[in-house]
Write a protein that binds this ligand. Structure first.
Ligand code: FE
Length: 202
């Protein structure tokens, strides 16, 4: 499947230089407005972030009908909460269970559900993560501090430009009766990529 963005490597200096050169050429030719690019970067770097995804997860934990919709058609379910747009056109939610832990990667580049999680962290784009997590997911997860019980299977999902994944982590014990707003504070970015789990209540 094709990948729709040009940075097919991690953010090495030569790639940054190429991106800047490309932006300069496109700007000089009048094809792009650098101010518009700045708005897009600013939006995904600061305004859209993992809080969107956390709100989705917390709602799924507290609203079984929504969880069912999220499982069947995540694009529509998250769209109903206003989370649509670039790099979020088609989303699939994968639900952790006590028997199965899900983790997301983009082995080709860095496809990521921007509308739900903001911009991807540096490690998500690193060649080491992209290559190793499919070969030895348990070892990679252990390096993130996540030691799964041996009976828990790990499923690795490879993102593409057409399909981005959101992991729905297990709801932490001891949160019975919590509101969705309060639960959302326990949902970390890494728990929605699968390199972590939701925080336990204090
Ligand atoms: Fe990609």
């Amino acid at each position: 499947m094709p990948h729709d963005h040009p940075h097919h490597d991690n953010h090495l200096d030569p790639m940054d230089a190429r991106v800047r050169a490309l932006e300069t050429i496109l700007t000089r030719k009048g094809l792009v407005d650098p101010a518009a690019i700045d708005v897009i970067v600013e939006t995904y770097a600061h305004k859209v972030g993992p809080r969107n995804g956390a709100a989705v997860v917390a709602r799924a934990w507290t609203d079984p009908a929504f969880a069912d919709w999220l499982a069947r058609d995540a694009t529509a379910a998250v769209g109903s909460m206003g989370f649509t747009g670039r790099q979020g056109e088609h989303v699939q939610a994968v639900f952790n269970t006590p028997q199965t832990h899900n983790v997301v990667v983009c082995t080709l580049c860095s496809c990521y559900p921007w509308t739900l999680l903001g911009l991807p962290p540096v490690w998500y784009k690193s060649p080491a993560y992209r290559s190793r997590v499919v070969i030895e997911p348990r070892a990679v997860l252990a390096e993130f501090g996540l030691d799964l019980p041996p009976e828990c299977q790990v499923r690795v999902w490879d993102s593409t430009a057409e399909l981005r994944y959101l992991v729905v982590p297990l709801r932490p014990a001891g949160t019975e009766g919590w509101s969705a707003e309060r639960l959302a504070t326990l949902v970390t970015r890494d728990s929605m990529v699968g390199t972590g789990i939701a925080q336990a209540p204090q």
